[in-house]
Ligand binder design. Structure first.
Ligand code: MG
Length: 373
């Protein structure tokens, strides 16, 4: 029996954290939990620690530097870290794990959207590994095992289309937050559910895929797949294609990331292949989902683009949820912010903070200019 791997779980009380703990409970001899963090839920964190009394715990704060946790992550006194924090605040933790040369099981997609170029450089310089915990990217990661990097012709990211996928386009402006928050397949937080309906989530995933797999904009395509069973596909230079399938449940990519490069038995059951004829794949109408072309535009706009559109989207989604703008205005605000962005270069937290602040201010000014008189 090998030594258990020393594991840190960031965002232990969130959705990804809870699902990770569920899976860890099924392979206790493989891991020793040495660290846990939560954002505000001190009580829930204390409850989790009862099961793993040896683990250090940290409560993170948006206003503080979180030095204790960052120092621990930089110290490298662990083997792998599951990063399930929510939002842009997760980026410095990703950087610390990669600086320590450790394995980062990454569910915090903002890390790659904001700092993809920087994190890729850190991973390379410190021989660290990033294993994506996002269903589409975990699918691509699995399809690429044993394949040469330059053998990929293109990838197909699948998208559910969100709650409004069957609405007539001209009615989208009237969609209410309640209607948008009813996602057909996945149970997620409010921002990502809105991002799923606008496909800004898929736009961020295009940026993620670009950084994770070193792909150009023309190599990344998006298909509408209503059932969320085919999580993504890869077409190779010789025309052969591979896809990864499974029920829409984040425990599948988490289990894969935890045990990579091994496959570990667990209670999860795969998709029943006899139901394959119920699956559909459709072309995405980019006039209905302008977020897709916005993502491609962002890939050509330099290292600050992800930071700018993420900040603008956060402002716009919040404004939509609080009734200040219509659903149809979210993506145009992100687009105008990207197009107005000065030529920033982003290679550090400090530079990112400058871009983030600029984009928030710009997007907020857009809200005022669009508000009804
Ligand atoms: Mg995803």
């Amino acid at each position: 029996m090998n030594q258990p791997r020393r594991l840190v779980l960031l965002g232990a009380t969130g959705t990804i954290g809870q699902q990770t703990l569920d899976l860890l409970g099924q392979s206790t001899s493989h891991f020793e939990v040495v660290g846990l963090s939560a954002h505000t839920q001190a009580e829930a964190l204390a409850k989790i620690q009862v099961g793993v009394p040896q683990a250090k715990t940290w409560l993170t704060s948006l206003s503080a530097e979180n030095k204790g946790l960052l120092d621990f992550l930089r110290s490298g006194d662990y083997d792998l870290c599951v990063h399930g924090m929510v939002g842009a605040a997760g980026l410095p933790f990703s950087a610390a794990i990669l600086q320590a040369g450790k394995t980062l099981c990454l569910a915090n997609k903002e890390s790659l959207v904001l700092g993809g170029q920087w994190l890729s450089q850190l991973a390379k310089a410190n021989s660290a590994t990033i294993i994506p915990v996002d269903s589409e990217h975990a699918a691509i990661h699995q399809c690429l095992q044993g394949q040469a990097q330059n053998s990929v012709r293109r990838i197909y990211l699948t998208a559910s289309g969100g709650a409004l996928r069957d609405w007539p386009q001209e009615q989208l402006a009237d969609a209410t937050p309640k209607q948008v928050l009813e996602h057909p397949n996945w149970d997620m937080g409010p921002r990502i559910t809105v991002d799923s309906a606008t496909m800004m989530n898929k736009a961020f995933e295009i940026i993620e895929a670009h950084h994770l797999f070193d792909l150009e904009a023309h190599q990344i395509e998006v298909l509408l797949h209503r059932q969320s069973i085919i999580h993504s596909m890869v077409e190779f230079e010789d025309g052969n294609m591979l896809a990864q399938l499974g029920p829409p449940d984040m425990r599948f990519p988490i289990q894969y990331a935890l045990h990579y490069p091994n496959r570990q038995a667990c209670s999860l059951q795969g998709f029943d292949p006899k139901l394959f004829s119920t699956l559909t794949l459709e072309q995405v109408d980019e006039s209905r989902y302008p977020a897709i072309s916005l993502a491609k535009e962002a890939l050509h706009a330099g290292s600050a683009a992800g930071t700018a559109i993420n900040a603008a989207d956060e402002i716009a989604v919040e404004a939509f949820l609080t009734g200040k703008i219509s659903f149809a205005e979210i993506v145009p605000i992100c687009q105008s912010t990207l197009r107005a962005m000065p030529a920033f270069e982003v290679n550090s937290m400090k530079e990112m903070t400058v871009v983030d602040g600029w984009a928030r201010e710009y997007a907020t000014a857009q809200l005022t200019s669009q508000a009804p008189a």
